[in-house]
Design a binder for this molecule. Structure first.
Ligand code: PMV
Length: 318
């Protein structure tokens, strides 16, 4: 039995932890769940104890294995047989494309199914989020808000995918895994960036602006707050010591291309996560132009176009 989840792209970003051990985010966030990219996970737990194993797209993966095993333990307890976990994705992993978000959302869903336990979506989201903060949001589809509580997170959908069918064009400029993980980079930012405290303090304003923009289907307002929030997060990264710069020259060229399209009144804006890929969010009318424009930029090696989609689910009959 396979479970599937799609990556989500934060428009108001999660960056920083209030509790490192429990992986609690220091700020709330707001995201959109995609439909074109996916992670599928299958979990089998054997009767006999032994080492867990994980394959990603057919290849054995030891890097992610400890987090995968720990995540399964949170659902089953650690007195269990060896887990055989298979993961399939249709996009590059660990390259700032939110592969951990879709992977852990799918893993939690697959593990519950495998052991025959039930839980509500928030419980599953909290478990996924304790492994990868952004994964909590991929349990839900469409537009999703996460609030950072002191004890635990809350996550809920604020609009369905079909309520406002935005498109996302992902320009991949470097498919290889990123040099610094987002978890490590966040901790460094909190400890060393002079802008970190202000980033945390100002987040509620951005969340309100983005939520209101979604409620009113106000693309311009969503564009303005999303770009602003993305650039603030990257400012914290750039001003960390040592600095963390995930962008490359093609990332910048893509940003400039989006600016040019905006000058021509195309409804599009950019956002960038912990990696050099640019995500252009647009209205359906602009999708083709955005896609063609970004595909023509030197250094763009892959383009993925996606609509908004559903939250994590079991693939019946798989
Ligand atoms: O969930 P993590 O630990 O992979 O961190 C995600 C961080 C960003 O993608 C940069 C922002 C976000 O809110 O998704």
């Amino acid at each position: 039995m396979w479970a599937q989840a799609q990556p989500n792209i934060a428009l108001v970003k999660y960056w920083g932890k209030s509790n490192i051990a429990r992986n609690l985010p220091a700020v709330g966030s707001l995201s959109i769940t995609l439909d074109g990219l996916y992670s599928r996970m299958s979990v089998e737990i054997l009767d006999d104890p032994g080492a867990d194993s994980l394959t990603v797209n057919g290849d054995e993966n030891t890097e992610l294995l400890a987090r995968v095993s720990g995540c399964i333990d949170l659902i089953t307890g650690n007195e269990r047989g060896a887990a055989r976990v298979r993961s399939e994705t249709n996009f590059p992993v660990a390259a700032g494309l939110a592969s951990s978000a879709s992977a852990f959302a799918a893993l939690v869903t697959a593990t519950y199914e495998c052991v025959g336990k039930t839980a509500d979506t928030l419980t599953k989201a909290r478990i996924a989020g304790s492994v990868s903060g952004s994964a909590a949001r991929s349990l839900y589809g469409g537009f999703v808000e996460l609030s950072a509580g002191v004890e635990d997170i809350d996550v809920w959908p604020i609009a369905d995918a079909q309520d406002w069918p935005l498109k996302v064009v992902v320009a991949v400029t470097e498919p290889e895994p990123k040099p610094v993980s987002s978890g490590e980079a966040m901790i460094r930012g909190a400890e060393t960036s002079p802008f970190y405290d202000s980033w945390v303090e100002r987040q509620p304003e951005d969340l309100t602006a983005a939520r209101t923009a979604v409620e009113n289907r106000d693309f311009e307002q969503l564009a303005a707050v999303s770009e602003h929030n993305c650039l603030k997060m990257h400012t914290v990264m750039w001003t960390s010591r040592p600095p963390i710069v995930y962008w490359n020259s093609a990332t910048l060229a893509c940003m400039e291309a989006v600016r040019e399209l905006q000058k021509k009144s195309e409804p599009v804006f950019f956002t960038i996560d912990a990696g050099p890929q640019l995500k252009a969010v647009c209205l359906p009318s602009a999708e083709e132009t955005v896609r063609d424009t970004l595909a023509g930029i030197d250094g763009v090696v892959e383009i993925h176009s996606s609509g908004l989609g559903l939250g994590a689910r079991v693939l019946e009959g798989s």
